[in-house]
Design a protein. Sequence first.
Length: 41
Amino acid sequence: MSGQHVYVRNSQDTEGAPLRFDRAEWGAFVAAVRTGQFAVS
């Protein structure tokens, strides 16, 4: 994390460009994952 942004990169494509999210967006994503909103049945 750097300042106001979170950078995420595909660990299998380390040469690829990272995606940049602001902290609020990343926090919303993490919260959704934790509550199972992306669960596959």
